[in-house]
Ligand binder design. Structure first.
Ligand SMILES: Nc1ncnc2c1ncn2[C@@H]1O[C@H](COP(=O)(O)OP(=O)(O)OP(=O)(O)O)[C@@H](O)[C@H]1O
Length: 511
């Protein structure tokens, strides 16, 4: 453990924090202490209240009356101005950057550098560059944000957050910052966060990824159903005890055992090109789970979209059951039996204003109820087992989807496609933002679909997931197939090694 200073008052201390949404209690009497200079991880199942807590700290939600807070021993009011007064800085998942502006301009967006009232463009770039350099971030301050890799943008966002405003005792709050980062890029962020910590600043880090918690964290606070169940140093915890604290029960194994039982080729692609993919041929057999991994920019992220038709196909043929699937036509892909669960849940996968029930029944509307007329009751009956199986919380299928936590929305998307009757599944980051308990339910569902003869393509940036779940993992490098790693040889290290061997993508070299 690094710089935790026990005799200083907490950098931030909140007590008695509760929040009720329309009669539903999201937080109950929560207490959180952040010691100066520590990396404090906030963990909990989907819907346990992490985002609600962060949003209260940010002043976005008003808590129920009765809460108290202090910053380095001085009382502050929990409310819209608390973040500003306590030096809290937030890195949200969308990073809040403007793509068309330069790094330097983005760094000064929304505020000026402390002590600098006016700078010429050149000085401004030079000054921003000096700040980035001082953190060891090798990004060109004159470059346009849109040209940078996501990893580089994340690093800029961190440095920017710390350089806003005067507070020298800043507290950085990161909400699942690695959700869309490739494995190797995560290490760049961790190096920066350790640098931030070495400067004595405090970090609150929200994640579902336990490896990250052990790699980075000093202490952890765990929420369950809106209450704090433990705040502990990580030094005294192991993986299993942490899972038990999160779930309130033991989890036998995260990844289920499975036998390989692949049949005939169901999904085939030949000389596929589009996005970052230059030339890729692949085949997924009935009952097979094929992984697709690669660094950002390798093309891995384009594969499910090209197969489904949600990104333009520049060349190549896609076949399902031997029949051609036309390019750029998602509706035709669905008719051919393909289900696609995209990673960009908010933008592509969910209808926030619709109910859970409507979101699940969306792709298979016909044939429910007599005369193909859908009664709401019949639909509700049909959906209930899916809500239960994937542990969607709250259980009420009539809830508006947008009011569910992020991970619970993801469970709804998976439930939708598992129910849809498709026999080819393209799953992009299916467990991103999903807690350990629900992950296992999703893995079980994937195996069940495979055992039922479906062909499954699993694109993931979680190499451990790829190594544990797939019969074969395709590693993309620079738009082509770099390696095809059979299950028996697939380990996280091997997949990472294959991803970065020979060439790293130009973009990632930026940092
Ligand atoms: N605006 C809202 N209206 C109604 N209920 C809400 C709202 N925001 C959150 N909730 C409810 O509060 C509870 C806590 O949700 P929250 O988003 O804080 O969970 P979380 O721990 O961040 O989950 P995840 O890991 O899935 O992001 C959930 O039951 C959720 O449905």
């Amino acid at each position: 453990m690094s710089t935790t200073v026990a005799d200083r008052p907490a950098a931030l201390s909140v007590r008695g924090l509760s929040k009720t949404f329309q009669g539903q209690q999201a937080l109950r009497q929560v207490a959180l202490d952040l010691q100066p200079g520590e990396i404090h991880c906030l963990l909990g199942q989907n819907g346990s209240g992490k985002s609600t807590l962060i949003k209260i700290l940010a002043g976005y939600h008003t808590p129920d009356p009765g809460s108290e807070a202090s910053v380095f021993g001085t009382e502050v009011e929990v409310g819209p101005h608390m973040a500003e007064k306590s030096g809290l800085r937030f890195i949200h998942q969308d990073l809040g950057m403007i793509d068309s502006l330069s790094v330097a301009d983005n760094m000064s967006l929304g505020g000026s550098f402390p002590g600098r009232f006016w700078l010429s463009d050149r000085q401004h770039v030079r000054h921003s560059q000096a700040i980035l350099d001082s953190y060891g971030v090798k990004v060109d301050a004159a470059a346009t944000i849109g040209e940078l890799s996501l990893a580089a943008r994340t690093l800029v966002a961190v440095v920017r957050a710390l350089h806003f405003g005067p507070a020298k005792d800043a507290i950085l709050v990161l909400d699942e910052p690695t959700a869309a980062l490739a494995e190797a890029d995560k290490q760049l962020l961790f190096t920066l966060l350790r640098e931030v910590q070495a400067r004595g600043q405090t970090i609150l880090y929200v994640t579902h990824l336990l490896q990250e918690v052990f790699e980075l964290g000093d202490r952890v606070t765990i929420l369950r159903n809106g209450s704090v169940v433990a705040t502990r140093p990580l030094a005294g915890l192991d993986h299993d005890s942490l899972i038990e604290l999160i779930l309130g029960r033991k989890l036998e194994a995260l990844y289920p055992d499975h036998e390989e039982s692949a049949g005939v080729a169901v999904l085939q692609a030949e000389h596929l090109a589009g996005g970052n993919v230059k030339d890729l041929s692949l085949s997924v057999r009935a009952g097979e789970i094929v992984g697709v991994v690669g660094l950002m920019g390798s093309g891995a992220e384009d594969v499910p979209h090209l197969l489904f038709g949600s990104r333009p196909r520049a060349a190549g043929v896609v076949r399902v059951d031997g029949r051609d699937v036309p390019p750029d036509a998602p509706a035709a892909s669905i008719r051919a039996g393909i289900a696609f669960s995209p990673g960009e849940r908010k933008r592509l996968a969910v209808l926030g204003e619709w109910s859970v029930r409507e979101n699940i029944t969306l792709p298979r509307l016909k044939g429910l109820g007599r005369l193909r007329w859908m009664s709401r009751r019949a639909e509700g009956r049909d959906v209930a087992p899916y809500v239960a199986k994937y542990g969607v919380h709250p259980r009420d299928p009539e809830m508006r989807l947008a009011s569910l936590s992020g991970g619970n929305q993801q469970k709804v998307v998976i439930a939708r496609w598992m129910r849809s009757g498709a026999h080819v599944f393209l799953l992009e980051e299916p467990t991103a933002g999903v807690d350990v308990g629900a992950k296992r339910a999703i893995y079980d569902a994937i195996l069940q679909a495979a055992a039922g003869g479906s062909a499954i393509l699993l694109m993931t940036s979680d190499f451990d997931e790829a190594a544990s779940m797939c019969d074969r993992v395709l590693v993309l490098r620079d738009g082509v197939l770099g390696a095809s790693v059979p299950r028996a040889e697939a380990t996280t290290d091997r997949l990472l090694g294959e991803s970065i061997s020979r060439s790293r993508s130009k973009d990632s070299l930026h940092v």
